[in-house]
Design a binder for this molecule. Structure first.
Ligand SMILES: Cc1cc2nc3c(=O)[nH]c(=O)nc-3n(C[C@H](O)[C@H](O)[C@H](O)COP(=O)(O)O)c2cc1C
Length: 396
């Protein structure tokens, strides 16, 4: 549990801050909302007070606490500002402290997560962009806005990120405390591949792609440029380029193509070991058949083909889904696949492996480090493994 100050600026997206408050308190955080004067014109402080861990604050001078900004600023583990208006972004980039929210940020050493929201013209204004850069360079986590419907029936860039996405950034900032992967490229594969039998059927597996998607999200929160090669649907996430593939061959092609310039490659996809030798071009009919035999041929091992052709300084992370002798098989795979880190999960355990939101993993590195994580979120697995990969990169 963390102490979070939720700063709310005066924009239409203030209504979404109510849901964000719910998400953050549901995660067990102690949340204190601070509304700017303008924010109270959009959503009443009563709504925030009713849902928060303590009453919402709105004034620097009329609070029961005689010096609220320093108390709130010092106690906070993290300050999340959503929506961040153009005005707030300007004030924070220039050190203003003329209301409770800005004074609290100035009086705090906590990490700040900022979710801008405004019309496209405002977002593209040179002054806003300059101020965003100043804040990003100073270590603020900026949750990029997306393109979509805005106030007054307009559409365009500047729509505040969804509360769940902002909450993901908050979790990452709390876990690591810094944008450690800024300037790095991370390539991730996710999902189970589909091997066609005919135009309507395929051989697949139970991989949901959740662990791979969690890696992509977390890497983006840490500031990396991310490419997610996935065979399962993946919603848009700021900073993540999605490449959709289906078969193992397609995934292999995309992984080799996208590997250019990567600092970390994470192979979280469950790739089919075999494919159908003769894929039928028309739907195979059932009539007249009591049995049917499919001939399968082995697919190439994508991870081994990547590590055996590696050049430059890049960390390779492999996954192993095992049903028995986890540790022993992991040691073997670490060497056989030529990876720097191997993450193993026993997919037979409840709450771990395929389609679950949680995972229990054992992580081994080629330098002999070992880490066990018991029933943690897939995001937390990503945070820990990316932190390990980052330390290895720094050691090059
Ligand atoms: C209806 C309406 C909607 C607004 N929406 C936004 C917005 O989405 N983003 C923004 O930066 N400013 C928006 N503004 C302008 C801000 O409310 C204004 O700049 C205000 O001074 C911001 O105060 P604050 O930063 O202290 O909250 C809006 C104003 C109005 C009247």
């Amino acid at each position: 549990m963390a102490r979070i100050v939720l700063g709310v600026g005066g924009g239409i997206a203030a209504y979404k801050a109510v849901y964000l408050l719910r998400v953050l308190t549901a995660k067990g955080h102690f949340v204190t909302p601070i509304l700017t004067d303008s924010a109270t014109r959009f959503v009443g402080s009563t709504t925030f007070s009713a849902l928060a861990s303590e009453a919402a604050k709105v004034s620097l001078f009329e609070d029961s606490d005689s010096i609220p900004h320093t108390h709130l600023g010092r106690a906070a583990d993290l300050i999340c500002i959503a929506p961040a208006t153009a005005d707030l972004i300007f004030k924070l980039a220039n050190g203003a402290a003329d209301d409770l929210l800005t004074a609290t940020v100035m009086a705090s050493k906590a990490q700040v997560v900022l979710a801008p929201a405004m019309h496209e013209e405002m977002w593209e204004n040179f002054a806003v962009q300059r101020n965003i850069k100043t804040l990003s360079d100073a270590g603020y986590f900026i949750v990029p806005p997306s393109s979509g419907s805005l106030a007054a029936g307009d559409t365009g860039m500047g729509r505040m990120a969804e509360p769940d996405v902002i909450s993901d950034f908050v979790s990452c900032a709390l876990a690591e405390g810094k944008k450690s992967l800024l300037g790095r490229k991370v390539l991730v594969s996710a999902g189970g591949t589909q091997e066609p039998i005919d135009p309507v059927r395929y051989i697949g597996n139970r991989s949901s792609g959740k662990q791979g998607r969690a890696f992509a999200k977390v890497a983006a929160c840490f500031g990396a440029e991310v490419v997610l090669v996935t065979s399962t649907p993946a919603p848009e996430f700021p900073g993540v380029k999605r490449v959709f593939v289906s078969s193992a061959e397609e995934m292999s092609k995309s992984m080799h193509l996208e590997r250019e310039g990567a600092d970390i490659v994470i192979m979280a996809a469950a790739v089919s070991d075999f494919r159908v030798a003769n894929v039928s071009t028309s739907k195979i009919k059932r009539e007249g058949r009591e049995r049917m035999t499919l001939e399968l041929v082995a697919n190439g091992d994508i991870l081994t083909s990547l590590t055996s052709s590696k050049s430059g300084e890049c960390i390779y992370v492999g996954f192993a889904a095992e049903t028995d002798s986890l540790e022993e098989n992991l040691e073997k795979k670490l060497r056989a696949k030529g990876v720097d880190i191997i993450v193993g999960n026993d997919v037979t355990r409840p709450g771990a492996g395929f389609d679950s939101d949680t995972n229990s993993v054992t992580v081994l590195t080629k330098s002999g480090d070992r880490l066990s994580l018991e029933l943690v979120s897939k995001e937390m697995v990503a945070v820990k493994v990316l932190a390990m990969a980052h330390r290895m990169l720094e050691g090059f």
